[in-house]
Design a protein around this ligand. Structure first.
Ligand SMILES: Cc1cc2nc3c(=O)[nH]c(=O)nc-3n(C[C@H](O)[C@H](O)[C@H](O)COP(=O)(O)OP(=O)(O)OC[C@H]3O[C@@H](n4cnc5c(N)ncnc54)[C@H](O)[C@@H]3O)c2cc1C
Length: 493
């Protein structure tokens, strides 16, 4: 193998963020022969939205990413497989968190009645059929300018099932609430019906589970490829000065506490949520209008998990989840509109919890899912209050003897100042392709006639992928994409 060009090995690259995008970028650069790579991570440990913890004993709890979505063409799945990190059987059926509705989910209504599984199955199948039509880009033209919520309401109302199955509308509302988890949205009325087809699901099982090391084990593979000293944690980047003409290195990266790094290139992998809040202050000069518009227009919502360890199992052995069907849910169109005014929705924030699923390797733990502004509000309440509300819900919906939880653990992705949410979605009225591309575009571009040094500021991270946004493999691929952009620059010199 020939050695890399000297300019490449001596080029200084700073990577902001040690999530999967940042780690993939750094690892690719180091392997290509870049000897001057520095990863700066604001938090005290790497991983970002990959956050594998062990709060209830030796077995893992994933506060962030849980599954690898898709197999064929998924380099993260290949990496996990190659290193023996997948759970045996690999799929959701191999006893990891239930990925979607299974026949083993128990649905209860507010009156404490369990809904007939066959009714639930029929409504959920219809929901799945209707959403697939949107994902597969097969929507009738009249829905092209609609929100996903409105399209689903209209399509559901036109279905004979709406009147032939008891409680169909309420179960359908549950489906919409559950879909908010995939879309990281407060409501499906803010998600574009047409643009959702831009997201591309890779072939093969959609819910691949990791083994006992969890997602952290995947991040560890990348971390092991970095020489000592490349990763610096507790380094919050506060300012990125670029376009510094006449300087040996056109980029200066400043950290809280005063440390600074001169560089030829910086790869920014901070989440879209962080950029929404900080981009205007972070960059000097400020980013071009198209980039700022993309940051503003793309959606970045919150999805949180509520873990309850009861110390004993009070649900039947065949039960994979307890799902809550409200008489009138937060996703009901009229109610949602009404409650959008003012703060009234805060009084019923818990209506946004879809239900409580069993948790892999933890026979006495349940995990509740909550999204959007209600999740953000939940984060302000604290474990005790949230735990009490959850127990009240579980008791009143099931009528079972539900003990007090021994421990409660909440994810707090919105409150995390370096993430500010969970993942990206395309809002109603926004062109995803255009905005994702604008977000990913490097500054200045490789071919410029101004004489400015090319590729000073590059952007990676899940939000910069046109097809795989929201996912870990999207993040990983964008890290490699930006590293490769730099490799190509130096190889072409
Ligand atoms: C609850 C939840 C569940 C999820 N489930 C799944 C799933 O099952 N499957 C899936 O594929 N995806 C899932 N995801 C999404 C997935 O976790 C992300 O898409 C992916 O991890 C994003 O990686 P990233 O590198 O783009 O960003 P991040 O992981 O956000 O990494 C960015 C890093 O930059 C750091 N940073 C930010 N600002 C600064 C700064 N100023 N200075 C220094 N460092 C900074 C941050 O601290 C962070 O470590 C989930 C996410 C959440 C929150």
């Amino acid at each position: 193998m020939s050695s890399p060009p000297t300019v490449m090995s001596s080029a200084r690259v700073v990577v902001v963020g040690a999530g999967l995008a940042g780690l993939a970028a750094a690892s690719t650069l180091v392997q290509a022969g870049f000897n001057n790579v520095q990863v700066l991570e604001a938090m005290s440990k790497p991983g970002g939205r990959v956050n594998t913890t062990r709060p209830f004993g030796p077995d893992i709890i994933e506060l962030g990413a849980n599954w690898i979505h898709g197999q064929k063409g998924n380099p993260l799945f290949d990496l996990a497989k190659q290193h023996g990190l997948l759970s045996e059987g690999t799929s959701a059926t191999a006893m990891c968190l239930p990925a979607s509705v299974t026949p083993r989910d128990y649905f209860f209504n507010e009156g404490g009645r369990q809904l007939p599984p066959e009714d639930v199955e029929r409504v959920c199948s219809l929901f799945s059929k209707l959403t697939s039509r949107a994902f597969d880009n097969k929507l009738e033209k009249r829905y092209h300018s609609e929100s996903l919520g409105r399209y689903l309401d209209e399509a559901f109302a036109a279905s004979p099932l709406a009147s032939s199955v008891k409680d169909a509308a309420k179960i359908f509302e549950w489906c919409k609430r559950s879909e908010c988890t995939d879309e990281a949205s407060s409501s499906l009325y803010e998600v574009s019906a047409l643009q959702i087809s831009e997201y591309t699901a890779l072939p093969g099982d959609f819910f691949n589970c990791l083994g006992p090391g969890g997602y952290q084990a995947v991040a560890d593979v990348l971390l092991r490829s970095l020489p000592p000293g490349v990763l610096l944690c507790d380094r919050q980047v506060t300012r990125i000065q670029w376009g510094r003409e006449g300087e040996a290195h056109p980029v200066r990266v400043l950290c809280a506490g005063g440390q600074e790094f001169k560089a030829d290139h910086v790869i920014v992998t901070a989440s879209l949520g962080f950029l929404k809040e900080r981009a205007s202050a972070l960059f000097e000069p400020t980013l071009p209008d198209a980039k700022m518009r993309a940051i503003e227009r793309l959606g970045f919502g919150t999805v949180d998990k509520i873990f309850l360890d009861f110390g004993e199992r009070f649900w039947p052995e065949d039960c994979a989840g307890i799902q809550l069907v409200w008489e009138e849910g937060p996703e009901d169109q009229g109610v949602y509109r009404l409650m959008s005014e003012g703060d009234a929705w805060k009084a019923t924030w818990y209506k946004k919890i879809c239900g409580f699923d069993i948790v892999a390797r933890h026979p006495t733990v349940l995990c509740g899912w909550i999204t959007g502004r209600e999740a953000q509000y939940m984060e302000t309440l604290g474990e005790k209050e949230v735990g009490e509300v959850c127990v009240r819900l579980l008791r009143s919906f099931t009528g079972w003897q539900v003990p007090e939880p021994k421990q409660v653990l909440l994810s707090t992705w919105w409150s995390n100042p370096y993430v500010k949410g969970s993942y990206t979605f395309i809002p109603h009225g926004v062109s995803g392709v255009r905005e994702h591309k604008a977000l990913a575009a490097p500054l200045p571009p490789a071919a410029t006639h101004t004489g400015a040094k090319p590729l000073q500021v590059l952007f990676a991270g899940e939000a910069t992928h046109v097809k795989f946004y929201t996912t870990t493999h999207g993040a990983y691929i964008t890290g490699i994409r930006e590293a490769q952009r730099l490799i190509d620059l130096y190889v072409d010199l």
